[in-house]
Design a protein around this ligand. Structure first.
Ligand SMILES: Cc1ncc(COP(=O)(O)O)c(C=O)c1O
Length: 388
């Protein structure tokens, strides 16, 4: 270190994100990067054009705090069209700085110091940091491989009188799980029994291969107590836009906006116009999108099998996991570093996604061009040499 540690104590445990670390290592070794979860191709041309037109012709000034009316309307229409759910665009929608911003605004707007938040391991890395920034405390539940099912008893085991929020993510990064009816039953019952607010991260909502995505609001008991967080990045291959949103009851929306007005206030206006266009794309876009991702998923899963690895076939998201314990690996991070240095392929160790840093499976992303996936598989043919 070159000077005193200026990082606030509450943020020190988080260090640098594993995505930044692995991407840096990957470029130093000129590796094929299947680590970070962003597509290496662009979003739909008409959506890009819509944002470009908005930059050229306006609007280019601050949007209202809650988001541009046309985007809030498009989000409400999206819920109606895809899920048959009625959302009030004026009182139940907030446009945020990505899904990450949605989660941070929700935590900051809801938590009192010392309030407890239940996180499901392996979690997305912004959750515990958002809890810490909001002065809350995390409690963890850990569904186990290979099914990674969330059980009611796990939630009951960590609840205390201070439990205020539960965070779930479906489709789930990194396991690729899509919550089933029994899991939603458990979540709904838990939230009602203990007066807990649910933050439901649904950023991969369009990326399901088996059963369709079910938003938290399809559960009547969760209508007034679930905050749905999502965004444009994953469903439209526009991760750099960082446009997200929350859908929540008017009371919860007030809490989110109480924070949002001072964290971000207002999200890039022309990109909100583009996002409204994206949400209005015809059904054919989504049919092609999922068919395309199914091909990429199969290419990566079959490829990993062909080199002797045993990937999980994900039900959703654009990630697959390879369990490391059966391969005799007890340090997933060291293994990922060797993969980069010795084979030239970057993946993400999931030890970064649990509180104790336990070694776990490694995650490969398939939101990449087919030649890139093929090149990664080619390089992984040497993986046997790392396992001996
Ligand atoms: C589960 C999950 N939630 C949220 C995000 C962040 O979304 P955004 O880029 O819209 O902030 C990601 C990105 O990888 C994610 O995997």
């Amino acid at each position: 270190m070159t000077g005193p540690n200026r990082i606030a104590k509450r943020l020190r445990p988080f260090g640098t994100s594993i995505f930044a670390e692995m991407s840096a290592l990957s470029s130093r070794h000129d590796a094929v990067n299947l680590g970070q979860g962003f597509p290496d191709f662009d979003g739909p041309a008409e959506v890009l054009e819509s944002a470009a037109r908005a930059v050229r012709d306006g609007p280019n000034q601050y949007a209202p705090l809650a988001g541009l009316p046309i985007l809030r309307r498009a989000i409400a229409d999206w819920f109606d069209r895809r899920y048959g759910l009625s959302v009030d665009p004026d009182r139940e929608v907030t446009v945020t700085s990505g899904c990450t911003g949605a989660i941070a605004d929700a935590m900051l707007g809801l938590l009192e110091p010392g309030d407890e938040v239940v996180l499901v391991e392996p979690w997305y890395d912004c959750y515990p940091a958002a809890v810490a920034m909001a002065g809350g405390r995390c409690r963890y539940v850990t569904p186990v491989a290979p099914g990674y099912r969330l059980e009611a008893a796990m939630l009951e085991a960590v609840v205390t009188p201070r439990t205020r929020v539960l965070v779930v993510n479906s489709p789930h990064n990194p396991t690729g799980r899509v919550l089933d009816e029994a899991e939603w039953d458990a979540i709904e019952a838990f939230c009602l029994r203990h007066d807990v607010i649910l933050i439901s991260d649904e950023v991969y909502e369009t990326l399901t291969f088996e059963r369709p995505h079910q938003p938290a609001w399809t559960r009547p008991g969760l209508r007034s107590r679930a905050i749905i967080a999502s965004g444009v990045g994953k469903s439209f291959s526009l991760t750099g836009w960082k446009v997200g949103w929350t859908v929540a009851s008017p009371a919860l929306t007030e809490a989110i906006q109480a924070a949002h007005q001072f964290t971000i206030f207002s999200v890039a206006t022309p990109l909100q116009v583009g996002t409204a266009t994206a949400l209005g794309l015809p059904d054919a876009y989504f049919d092609d999108f999922i068919a395309d991702y199914r091909t990429r998923r199969d290419q990566l899963v079959d490829g990993l099998r062909s080199v002797g690895l045993e990937p999980i076939v994900p039900e959703g998201t654009y990630f697959t996991l390879v369990e490391t314990a059966p391969l005799g690996i007890d340090d997933d991070r060291a293994f990922c570093e060797r993969l980069v240095r010795e084979l030239g392929v970057a993946a993400i160790p999931t030890s970064s996604f649990n509180a104790e840093g336990r070694s776990g499976p490694i995650r490969f992303a398939f939101c990449k061009q087919r030649e890139v996936l093929a090149a990664a598989i080619d390089r992984l043919r040497g993986v046997g040499s790392l396992l001996r």
